[in-house]
Design a protein around this ligand. Structure first.
Ligand code: PGA
Length: 248
């Protein structure tokens, strides 16, 4: 049985003081043994959040990193900077980064490899636009994103990667994919993972759904056979995140 993983993606929200207050209000209720809980927070919030979750089972993740170890890359953050702080996870290739910061499957692939080299657990995002869904090319497109993003990664390394399927039309819009729509794509993702790494590895890898997950739809989504939890944006900043973690 794959353990569910529920990650909050805070995006560009919460100053360090606000982050501290949010952690304090959520900490007790999301300190779960049954599911893995991760707070993916802005870089400047990492330190206060890491301090605030000490003594709980909550893990901390970053929302991005660069694919080089160090050097003249003004404004970037290296994986070693993250691991030294105690950060365990890193979101790679979120659609907002692809849309606003020109990330491509190629940079996603480089970042994934670098994250793995440093022992970070990547949460690799994929997902189609509304236009692609309407054209009926969702599965084809997502398959391509997965293959390109995971190119050259060994089966042993792949096992630790988390995939987040996030249809772009469902992000921040309040329009969630139905549990069936989400399951259909997550199943197709597991199928590509099987083609790339074999059935054993594909069965071990965790696939999240993301896009307007809330306390009302979480249970139905997470009950689907190929959905192993969620990447939660807006609702991860609210008290209802606790209900999402306790979705059963
Ligand atoms: P949302 O965002 O839950 O606010 O739709 C999800 C995400 O972008 O990870």
């Amino acid at each position: 049985m794959r353990k569910k993983i529920i990650a909050g993606n805070w995006k560009m929200n919460k100053t360090p003081n606000e982050a501290l207050a949010l952690c304090q209000s959520l900490k007790e209720q999301v300190n779960s043994q049954e599911v893995d809980v991760v707070f993916c927070v802005p870089f400047v919030d990492l330190y206060p959040v890491l301090e605030a979750v000490k003594g709980s089972s909550i893990a901390v993740g970053a929302q991005n990193m660069f694919y080089e170890d160090s050097g003249a890359f003004t404004g970037e953050i290296s994986p070693a900077m993250l691991t030294e702080m105690g950060v365990k996870y890193v979101i790679i290739g979120h659609s907002e980064r692809r849309q606003y910061f020109a990330e491509t499957d190629e940079t996603v692939n480089k970042k994934l490899k670098k994250a793995l080299e440093h022992g970070l657990i990547p949460i690799m995002c994929c997902g189609e636009t509304l236009e692609q869904r309407e054209q009926g090319i969702t599965i084809e497109f997502v398959r391509m994103q997965i293959k390109a993003g995971l190119q050259g990664i060994s089966k042993e390394k792949a096992e630790g990667i988390i995939i987040a399927y996030e249809p772009i039309w469902a992000i921040g819009t309040g329009k969630t994919a139905t549990a069936q729509q989400a399951q259909e794509v997550c199943q197709a993702i597991r199928q590509v993972l099987e083609e790339l790494f074999g059935a054993d590895t594909a069965q071990k890898m965790r696939i999240q759904y993301g896009g307007s997950v809330n306390e009302k739809n979480a249970a139905e989504l997470f009950a689907m056979p190929d959905i192993d939890g969620g990447l939660v944006g807006g609702a991860s900043l609210k008290p209802e995140f606790a209900q999402i973690v306790q979705y059963k």
